[in-house]
Design a protein around this ligand. Structure first.
Ligand code: SF4
Length: 228
């Protein structure tokens, strides 16, 4: 038990050093401000298995065609599918979005998820996770970016990097990584760490051939130590 606590403290210190090293290299990202949580959730459903550019285009096209969620729901899944075709997997995502809108209306009495702003974080997860196509990452992204909560999402870049660094076991799934990282990320640093890890994952710590000699985390990274 004592050893576990010690290991936990060491991991927390290593995580804090990683946060600081990334801020020195990439700066301290600023929050863009609030967004309607339902917009953020739909945006995240559209981002699954496609690039940010494609999902952004699909979201803009959807909002252009249906300025309100009432209109999108009334138009039906086929019309949503036609609007989001640029984003890939349009058939599957259009049904998910239509189902999501229907559930939100039934649960909250309006096409709005603003009520989650008043809920404790754990309750938001309990409420939204049973929905088809809505996972831990989707909810965490919504809470961080739309609601400004100090919640640390684990996307594909974050998952790869924190396992390489050794903050979580190499075999940890994305969902387990989310739970393991929760107590490690310093208070108030979820946005900074998440955004800077994305930048690192897109530039240096890419899936293949990571550029360790140029990386600000090289002195604390298990993967880099193994390579050396
Ligand atoms: S040192 Fe290499 S493996 Fe480790 S985080 Fe940096 S780029 Fe990735």
């Amino acid at each position: 038990m004592g050893k576990c606590r010690e290991a936990g403290a060491a991991l927390r210190r290593r995580t804090a050093r990683a946060v600081a090293a990334l801020e020195r290299r990439f700066g301290v990202p600023e929050w863009d401000g609030p967004e309607p949580p339902l917009d953020a959730l739909v945006r995240t459903v559209l981002s699954q298995s496609t690039s940010d550019v494609n999902s952004g285009r699909a979201f803009d096209a959807l909002k252009e065609q249906f300025p309100t969620w009432d209109e999108a729901f009334a138009a039906g899944p086929e019309a949503i599918e036609a609007a989001i075709r640029a984003g890939g997997l349009a058939r599957q995502k259009s049904r998910r979005i239509h189902d999501l809108l229907g559930w939100v209306k039934e649960r909250f009495g309006a096409f709005s998820l603003d009520a989650v702003q008043e809920m404790p974080t754990e309750q938001v997860f309990e409420t939204l996770l049973p929905l088809d196509g809505v996972g831990v990452k989707t909810v965490a992204v919504m809470l961080l970016f739309a609601c400004g909560r100090d919640c640390f999402p684990v996307d594909t870049h974050v998952h790869r990097i924190v396992r390489r660094v050794g903050l979580v076991p190499a075999t940890a799934s994305a969902e387990r990584t989310f739970h393991l990282m929760k107590p490690l990320v310093p208070k108030g640093k979820a946005l900074s760490f998440h955004v800077n890890l994305l930048t690192l994952g897109r530039t240096l710590c890419r899936p293949t051939d990571p550029k360790c000699p140029e990386c600000p985390l090289r002195g604390m990274c298990d993967y880099a130590a193994g390579r050396a």
